[in-house]
Design a protein around this ligand. Structure first.
Ligand SMILES: NC(=O)c1ccc[n+]([C@@H]2O[C@H](COP(=O)([O-])OP(=O)(O)OC[C@H]3O[C@@H](n4cnc5c(N)ncnc54)[C@H](O)[C@@H]3O)[C@@H](O)[C@H]2O)c1
Length: 255
């Protein structure tokens, strides 16, 4: 028996990083996974690779900021699979690297649109679909930046903090309902993906050292570390868990 046998899962931002690893692990655990992203060739390649290894996977283009994309994608999943059991709102972009008093409104809004509006739209349409099926689990990928301030990442912190409380509100709106829908947030620390690699490239190798030494465990996390938390929250092992914040950060927030 694998942990997600028979479940239909949709994940956003699955063409790379944490989303790709979570899609791979969910498929290994028996889920039929719909990978979505704005980067279609990369996303399709990940889905093909999972399918070639015997997993249930297919790719659909979905820009999380477009409500019409959400409606079409979820309708298509419901038509084909008859249910949506797991939704992972993972797509995101990095913070601006600009102090708030220098930040233009467009930069602020772009991050909020992808990292917060995108999660709201997923939660809204995910709940509707899960109510038509047998309930389910929604996992919103926030960040340590959803729990603390980080200079020059004001847009990102505002979005990720918003995801944390949007999650709790959704959890409360669904907790007493039938069928049951659970909603939780995951808060990764610094994880070795393109997002962090991009910041290291922009700022220089000293930044990697700074990041690593700021983590009590002394290293970046792996995408797999976050994927494991996502699979736990998606699985029936977490059947009494809703509205919670799963921090996976090598001890960063323990200080
Ligand atoms: N890497 C870290 O250290 C870290 C830490 C905390 C939280 N997170 C969060 O984890 C999630 C995944 O990050 P990652 O590190 O894997 O980054 P990543 O850049 O490797 O992957 C993000 C994916 O989101 C996709 N995406 C961007 N805009 C989109 C949109 N409008 N619609 C659909 N897809 C879109 C990208 O194409 C990309 O494939 C993000 O929400 C990020 O904020 C990452």
């Amino acid at each position: 028996m694998t942990r997600l046998d028979g479940k239909v899962a949709l994940i956003t931002g699955a063409a790379g990083g944490i989303g790709r690893e979570a899609a791979r692990l969910m498929a290994l655990e028996g889920a039929s996974v719909v990978l979505t992203d704005i980067r279609a060739p990369e996303g399709r390649a990940v889905a093909d690779d999972i399918a070639a290894k015997g997993g249930g996977a297919r790719f659909m283009a979905l820009d999380v900021t477009r409500e019409a994309d959400w409606e079409q994608t979820i309708e298509s999943v419901m038509d084909e699979a008859g249910a949506l059991d797991v939704l992972v709102n993972n797509a995101g972009i990095a913070g601006a690297g600009i102090a708030l008093d220098e930040m233009d409104l467009e930069t602020w809004r772009r991050c909020l649109a992808i990292c917060l509006d995108g999660v709201f739209l997923g939660v809204k349409h995910g709940i509707r679909a899960m109510r038509r099926g047998g309930g389910g689990s929604i996992i919103n990928v926030s960040s340590i930046a959803g729990k603390i301030g980080i200079p020059t990442s004001g847009n990102y912190c505002a979005a990720k903090g918003g995801v944390k409380l949007l999650t709790k509100t959704a959890a409360l709106e669904c907790a007493g309902g039938e069928p049951l829908i659970r909603v939780n947030s995951v808060h990764p620390g610094f994880i070795d993906t393109d997002m962090v690699a991009g910041a290291i490239q922009r700022r220089g190798p000293w930044f990697r050292e700074l990041v690593e030494t700021s983590v009590p465990m002394g290293r970046l996390g792996e995408a797999r570390d976050i994927a494991e938390g996502i699979v736990y929250l998606a699985s029936d092992a977490a059947k009494f868990v809703t509205g919670s914040e799963l921090v996976i950060d090598g001890g960063y927030l323990a200080r």
